[in-house]
Design a protein around this ligand. Sequence first.
Ligand SMILES: [Zn+2]
Length: 373
Amino acid sequence: MQYGQVAQSVEQRTENPCVGGSIPSLANFLFSVLCSLFFVFCFHMKHWIVGIDIGGTKIAVSLGTPEGKVLDKTVFSSGKTKKASELISQIQSSISELLSARALKKQDVLGIGVAVPGAIDPRQEIVLKSPNSPYWENFPIKPVLMRKFRVPTFVENDANAAALGERYFGLGRGINHFLYITVSTGIGSGIVVNGSLVRGEKGTAGEIGHMTVMRNGFKCHCGKRGCLEAYSSGTAIASHTRRALQGGAKSRYFKGMKLNQVTGQLVGQAANAGDRVAIQARRLAADFLGIGLANVINLLNPKRIILGGGVMENTNHFWVPMMKAVRREAWPMAFRSCEIVRSRLGKNVGDLGAMALVLERRHPSHGAGENLD
Ligand SMILES: [Zn+2]
């Protein structure tokens, strides 16, 4: 039963002339107290949200509250199965187990939010394109889950969901114009303008990683050349390092290591240890990210840019050159009015994003209407 329906039935019953008896005012009072208690009880019953964070290598199913507390979580690998029908069965079993562990029923759940990497059709909520997880393309995630659990279910792009996570539980709270940008294996973003998520005509808005920053530049996974992702992602940082080593740059840290063993994370560790090749690779990536951020600042005039993802966990030899490039490239007035910060949601951002999706669709005014600047 929806809250609106509860309220409506309460209203209808209080108007019923049969209710009352010999002391109508007392009976009415007691009845309204009982109705209020019933309403509060119903509201609290539905105070659980299921969040599903689908990643390229693993899937996390969480049970949490509308206040942004992740109470229980199940994580399993998605890398080997590669079949959407098998993965959805595993997701369904995980949800059932999480609910039964707390003796919860389907009726106790406000909704299920699913965050998927890829372009999602904003009307049908179907994955149109997912380069890293192609098996989800055109798979009816929403109807399958709704048929099984009979609770409202919503599907959204993972970066958009993460932006909602920031909006409800993180540094996006009370901010009308902001972006969440994840800099990890790839680069993606969720854009909030005038308090609403920008999805675009086909749901592909926010693909900042494929913004061109160099004509005829390095090849990107998407097939184009010169994308920001090919310059500033964790993968790109590893590629810059490999190219330098292949070109004869001397590095004690990487000496004797095979080129395919060089990862973005290792380059970060090497830079922390003072390795010049690694530092140069990170500075180059940071400079290009600064260009990308400046373009976004000039285009949208956001109040805040929230940076997350693996690359942002270690900002040594990265943050300063990035900010220098932003200052150099952005329009001064827009730059001065924009704060660039690191996300505080940490590794929970995916789970919280999927959960926030339910709040955004079921109670659009919750959070969004509070503390707006
Ligand atoms: Zn690209």
